[in-house]
Design a protein around this ligand. Structure first.
Ligand code: C5P
Length: 229
């Protein structure tokens, strides 16, 4: 089974409020995109990479890609469209049994150890696996007007992180079915769940944060320095 990496990197990152898409902001002296790809490459130097980029992206520099085998695939309107585009782009090369790991470009702090543990779990689990972290805070549901309507039991609640790993054939089928049924999905696992399958939760580090808001950048820089990878 070959290993494919799909890195959706076609978002605009509007919540960041920056002058460029967030994956091109500097994190400890290098663009976030370069840092994320470097981590993936250290864990899986032989993998084949699909990098989903906006066709109009004017910031990307191919020198940031450390992989020997990689292709640029056109991003879509939503994250799921970007991932589907990458799956379609490799249809003639990939086997149904190949393993596909999807990892957000905006998660540069993922560790090599977590990446390999997730890969191993996804290889062993028929419905695939995702990195996830147990919820630590008490969870509140609002009433739509800024007041608390309910306290949700946090037992058994997890944050869904990336990578998320599935067989190529399974992931294609899941995303096609979700599209046909009009199910809105924000991660790959939810499309697989909609097929009635149960992907495995792999406990990952809580510092695998998704750089989303301006103050995340400083936090991510601190995490990278503390990890010393
Ligand atoms: O905006 P958010 O952080 O939730 O996006 C998650 C990931 O999906 C990012 O890596 C972003 O670049 C990617 N994305 C994409 N195509 C889109 C929207 C988001 O590849 N249309």
């Amino acid at each position: 089974r070959r290993l494919w990496l799909i890195v959706p990197a076609a978002g605009q990152g509007r919540r960041m409020g920056a002058d460029r898409p967030k994956q091109y902001l500097e994190l400890a002296g290098r663009p976030i995109l370069a840092r994320t790809l470097a981590r993936l490459h250290r864990a899986f130097p032989e993998a084949r990479l699909c990098l989903c980029l906006d066709p109009d992206d004017a910031w990307f520099d191919p020198r940031w890609v450390p992989f020997a085998d990689w292709r640029r695939t056109p991003g879509g309107a939503e994250r799921v469209d970007s991932v589907s585009g990458a799956l379609a782009a490799i249809a003639s090369e990939a086997d149904v049994d190949d393993l596909v790991l999807v990892h957000d470009v905006a998660r540069p702090c993922v560790t090599v150890d977590d990446l390999r543990r997730l890969r191993d779990a996804a290889l062993a689990a028929p419905a695939g696996a995702i990195l996830a972290a147990p919820v630590a805070d008490t969870m509140k549901r609002d009433d739509g007007r800024g007041r608390i309507r309910a306290t949700e039991p946090r037992d058994g609640l997890w944050h869904a992180l990336t990578p998320q790993g599935f067989g190529y054939g399974l992931l294609c089928r899941a995303l096609e079915t979700a599209r046909a049924q009009g199910v809105a999905i924000t991660d790959e696992a939810s499309a697989v769940e909609a097929l009635g399958l149960a992907p495995r939760l792999v406990s990952g580090r809580r510092d695998n944060l998704k750089v989303t808001h301006p103050d995340d950048l400083g936090l991510a820089g601190w995490i990278l320095a503390a990890q010393d990878e």
